[in-house]
Design a protein around this ligand. Sequence first.
Ligand SMILES: NC(=O)c1ccc[n+]([C@@H]2O[C@H](COP(=O)([O-])OP(=O)(O)OC[C@H]3O[C@@H](n4cnc5c(N)ncnc54)[C@H](O)[C@@H]3O)[C@@H](O)[C@H]2O)c1
Length: 454
Amino acid sequence: MKIAVAGTGYVGLVTGVALAHIGHNVTCVDVDLEKINLMKQGISPIYEKDLENLMEINKERLNYTTNYKEAYQDADVIFIGVGTPEKEDGSANLDYLYMVLDQIVNSLKKDVVIVIKSTVPIGTNDEVEIYINNKIKSGIKVMVVSNPEFLAQGTAVHDTLYATRIVIGVEDEKAKKIMTTLYEPLTKEPYNVPLLVMDRKSAEMVKYASNDFLALKISYMNELANFAEKIGADISLVANGMSYDPRIGNKFLNSGIGYGGSCFPKDTKALYFSSKLYNSEIKTIGACIEVNENQKIILFKKLKEKFKNLENFQIAILGLTFKPGTDDVREAPALVNAKLLLKEKVIIKAYDPIGVSNFNHTLFNDVSMTNYKEQISYYNTIEDTIKDCQAVLIMTEWPEIKEFDLKKYESLMAKPYIFDGRNCYDLKNISKYAIYYNSIGRKVIDNCKEKISL
Ligand SMILES: NC(=O)c1ccc[n+]([C@@H]2O[C@H](COP(=O)([O-])OP(=O)(O)OC[C@H]3O[C@@H](n4cnc5c(N)ncnc54)[C@H](O)[C@@H]3O)[C@@H](O)[C@H]2O)c1
C-alpha cells in the first residue's frame, strides 16, 4: 500500500517506520526541512530506542520530504500525526491538523483514507470528514478513520510493533477493509496485536479515557504519598501491598513529582475542557490536574522548608527530561523547578544524559527567563554536577542516576542533602551513609545532621 504520514515527531516517524517495517511504502512528510534532511541521511531527529536501526533496515521503503503534494496526491492512505497542543483555556489546538487537511485538499487526485493518529477531541473525526468533503473536488471520495496512538516515549518502537491494541474508529465499510488489510501483518505472528474496530467517537474517547486513567492513578498515588509522609507511613510499602490485588495491578503505582510530557498534561486538560463544554464535568480529572500541578513543585517546597533562603545556593538537578529513555522535556517537572530556583537566585548545575539541549532551549524560550542564563550550567558526569553543591534534586530516574554510588555523594559534597523526586534509593541502604535524604511519601533520613552548620 502507498502510505503518506504527515508529521515526523514521536508518533508520525515511529508510525511511518513501523509501517515500512511491515512491508508498506511510506513517505514521511514534515514542514521542518532540517528534520527531513537529517532523516534523508538516516539520522532520526528524535531519540527513540531502535528507531534509527529500523530506518536503516527499511530504507528502501521509506522516503522523507517536505513536498506534501508529491506525497499526498496518489497515496492510498494518509496518516496524520501532527501535534495537537493545548490552548490557554485547556482545549486542544487543532491548527496543525487543519493545516494538513488543507494541504491534502490541494493535493488529492484520487480516493483516499485519512487516518487521524493525533489525539483529538471526541467528535473531531466527524467534523474533519464534513470539512474535507465540502472542500474536495467532486468525484474524489475521502474516508476519515480514527486510529489513536498509545505508544509511550522511550519505548515507542516496541509499543508500535507489539502494541497492546490497535483501535480503529470507522463509519465506512470500505475504510474498515483497507485499515484491516493495512494492519494485518501486525495482527499475526510474531506481533499478535489485537485489532479493535468501533465507531469513530468511541475510538477517540478510548485514547483520552486511557491516558486520563493513567494520570488519575499517578495523582492518586501522589496524594496518598503526601498523606503517608504526614502520618508516618511508607508509600512504597503501601503501593507494594496494593499491587497484590489483581484488580489494582502493579503498574503506575509509584509516587513522585507528577506526570509531565506531551500527552498526560494536555490530554487531561482537553477531556476536562470537553466535559465541561457538554455540561458533564468529569470532576475526578479536574482534581487530578490540580494535584499534579502541586506535585510538580513538591521538591522545591521541601527545599524551601528546609533552607528558607536559597540565595547563592549551588544546587544540582539530576535528570531534565520528563522521564527516562527520551530526550523530550515538554512539561518536565525539572523545567518548572529550575525556573523557581533561578528566580530564588540559585546557581544550578544540571545533568541529563540526552536532554540538555532540548532543556536549555525550552527553558530560555520563555522570555521571562532570559536574564537567568548565567545562573545555570550543564555537566557531562554526575560527579562533576554534584561536586561542591549544597543540595541535589533528583528529577528523572535515569539508570545512571538511580544506580549512582551513594559514597560519591558523601565524598563530593560537604553536606550531602538529597531531595529525591523519584524514590530512586532504598531507605535501608541510604541509612548507612552520612546523607540527608528526603524522598516522596517516605520518612526523611537525616544522617548528616551533626556535620551541618548552615
Ligand atoms: N508523543 C507521544 O508519546 C504521543 C503518544 C500518543 C499520541 N500522541 C499524539 O500524537 C500527536 C503528535 O504528537 P508528537 O509527540 O508526535 O508530536 P511532535 O511535536 O513530536 O511532532 C509533530 C510533527 O508534526 C510536524 N508538522 C507540523 N505541521 C505539519 C504539516 N502541516 N505537515 C507535516 N508535518 C507537520 C512538526 O514539524 C513535527 O515534526 C499529538 O496529538 C499527541 O497528543 C503523542
